[in-house]
Write a protein that binds this ligand. Structure first.
Ligand code: ZN
Length: 413
């Protein structure tokens, strides 16, 4: 008797899981007036069939549908490979979080997550702090609207894990390898590295070639991707040669280093359309804090046209994989799509290429191309509908009227 009871107790959870898995998933159909599939294809009057959290069919289909979006353009959920989801303006209205509790920070992050997904971004990579994990758990636990979150949990620079009291020393390769292992143990999906100074401080290389080799080498051994903040051409070159997988910003990139990145298959994530513009628009909320000085703002103002020219140069480099990232900070969340609009209007990118970057190419950079980034059978049902045709008017991407993430409708007209 005891044994039977025990068996029943042990089996019960598994039976429940099986029942969930075997229950027929409700089938949902969506008719799109225009479909842009994320891989460079497009079609008119298409029905997308969704079972549970997956897309099961895409094609012509007469008859009634669950969601008639025949006046809209349907796309895969957007992907931002570089955000700071917890950054926000504090109680003073400025970028000053003194006096805040961890719960205040979490609440701000939940709101940032909500506005991000409501504007079409169903996956983001947060670069990154331990609070990202709390945020991800809170979203999942309470079924709150937010994007799928990947996080670096922490960031690594030239002085990481140097013991207190020795702060004038640089980290040894062993200390950096240890920091990479610690990040993985803490739950990091990727490693974030600072190879150069901030644009507000000139952007020069700050980690040595040897430090970069140790950090990116250890990450590679552990199967982790590496995102490297780098502005100067020499810091980008060092990161590329060290085998790091993606380079952020790159305002001072030259054609030689961009060609080297293309040759090594290093992803490039230029941020030309949102982060600096957002800092300038919200200058009064940042000025006087840390390196947000008048000189820093002057450097950011100067970098905007440099970025446009650098991006035009990057577009001319054959086989360079330009992914989508905004570096969304306080004030920028929910406006992530502005980067795509600027890449097209000021950077000269073709709208279809900007959309492929925003979807399937960014999914590939996250090693999630078999899960997200396209409207195709077998992939997650992450779908966004916009009012207008972004191929002729890229600003249509701002007019999001429908969002589905993993088969769940989060926004509807
Ligand atoms: Zn950043």
């Amino acid at each position: 008797m005891t044994r039977v009871l025990l068996t029943a107790v042990l089996i019960a959870p598994f039976v429940a899981i099986l029942a969930t898995a075997q229950a027929p998933s409700p089938t949902v159909t969506i008719r799109a007036g225009r479909l842009i599939d994320g891989r460079g294809g497009q079609a008119r009057d298409v029905v997308v069939t969704v079972n549970g959290d997956r897309i099961t069919a895409v094609g012509a289909k007469p008859g009634a549908v669950t969601h008639d979006l025949s006046r809209l353009t349907l796309l895969p959920g957007f992907i931002d490979t570089h955000v700071h989801l917890l950054w926000h303006f504090g109680k003073s209205g400025r970028f000053d979080n003194t006096g805040e509790t961890a719960d205040d920070r979490l609440k701000a992050g939940l709101e940032n997550a909500r506005v991000t997904v409501m504007n079409g971004f169903t996956t983001v990579q947060s670069i990154g702090e331990p609070g990202d994990l709390t945020l991800r758990t809170a979203l999942e636990h309470d079924s709150l609207p937010g994007p799928r979150i990947l996080t670096s949990v922490r960031q690594i620079n030239e002085r990481t894990d140097v013991p207190r009291g020795n702060r004038d020393q640089l980290a040894t390769p062993d200390q950096l390898r240890q920091a990479v292992r610690a990040a993985k143990d803490a739950g990091a999906d990727l490693i974030k590295i600072f190879a150069s100074a901030s644009i507000r401080d000139g952007g020069k290389q700050t980690m040595s070639d040897e430090q970069l080799q140790a950090t990116c080498g250890e990450a590679k051994t552990l199967g982790l991707r590496t995102l490297v903040h780098a502005h100067s051409a020499e810091s980008m070159k060092a990161a590329t040669l060290a085998g790091c997988t993606q380079i952020e910003h790159g305002v001072f990139a030259n054609e030689e280093v961009l060609a080297l990145m293309a040759q090594h298959g290093t992803y490039f994530d230029p941020n030309i359309g949102l982060v600096l513009q957002n800092y300038l628009q919200n200058k009064d909320k940042f000025l006087g804090i840390g390196n947000y000085t008048e000189e820093g703002f002057a450097a950011m103002q100067k970098a905007i046209p440099l970025n446009f020219q650098m991006f035009k140069n990057a577009l001319r480099v054959p086989n360079l994989k330009i992914v989508y990232g905004t570096d969304a900070v306080a004030g920028a969340h929910g406006h992530n799509i502005e980067e795509a609009i600027v890449r097209v209007t000021d950077g000269g990118q073709k709208p279809m290429d900007a959309i492929v970057s925003l979807t399937s190419l960014s999914a590939e950079s996250l090693r999630l191309q078999d899960q997200i980034g396209a409207v195709a059978p077998g992939l997650q049902a992450d779908l966004v509908a916009v009012d207008g045709d972004p191929l002729t008017d890229i600003t249509a991407l701002r007019r999001v009227v429908f969002v589905m993430k993993g088969g769940r409708v989060l926004r509807q007209q």
